[in-house]
Write a protein that binds this ligand. Structure first.
Ligand code: SF4
Length: 175
């Protein structure tokens, strides 16, 4: 299977997730304070190889255009409180601000932004009005498994993650 086919599958998952998020953003609109300039949920993330290579392919040479990576501990792509790879940002960034439902070590856990859900009764969260984090994570995990199995030389293990900021060093090395 060629990289393009893995990338196509990734975009199917990502588009579906974007639509799901859009519906939830609409549903919770009266509670959401997400706006340009708020970057409380931006962190120095690491991501699965399949996603790393999709983003690398999508942002490509744009990273050579004089953007300086932020220091360690902050997301390298947060410049003046704005995401410089917004269109290509990873899946973990796309659900931020929403109430997220996921399976913890032993039971279901819920995470909701404190800046958004200030006066929301947490008992009102349900399976329908929260984002099912595990549903998309497991699809991404399975796609990544196929991707790394197919990767020349098989350098990655199942749970290996690549720091997103490595996109910068890769771009510099290719310039
Ligand atoms: S990639 Fe963009 S949205 Fe994601 S953490 Fe970095 S700056 Fe924030």
């Amino acid at each position: 299977m060629e990289n393009e086919e893995f990338f196509k599958e990734y975009f199917i998952i990502r588009d579906e997730l974007d639509r799901h998020c859009a519906d939830l953003y609409k549903l919770h609109a009266s509670h959401l304070n997400c706006k340009a300039g708020c970057d409380s949920c931006c962190m120095d993330f690491s991501i699965f190889p399949v996603e790393f290579y999709v983003i690398k392919n999508q942002v490509g040479d744009n990273l050579k255009k004089g953007i300086k990576p932020a220091s360690d501990g902050e997301c390298a792509f947060l410049v003046n409180h704005r995401c410089v790879i917004y269109e290509a940002r990873p899946i973990i960034c796309r659900t931020q601000g929403l109430p997220l439902l996921y399976m913890g070590d032993e039971h279901w856990e819920l995470s909701a932004c404190e800046l958004n859900f200030t006066d929301f009764d947490f008992d009102d969260f349900t399976e329908e009005n929260t984002f099912p984090q595990d549903k998309y994570n497991s699809r991404l995990f399975l796609l990544n498994q196929k991707f790394i199995e197919n990767f020349p030389g098989k350098p990655f293990k199942n749970n290996d993650l690549i720091p997103l900021r490595k996109l910068f060093s890769d771009a510099e090395n290719n310039s």
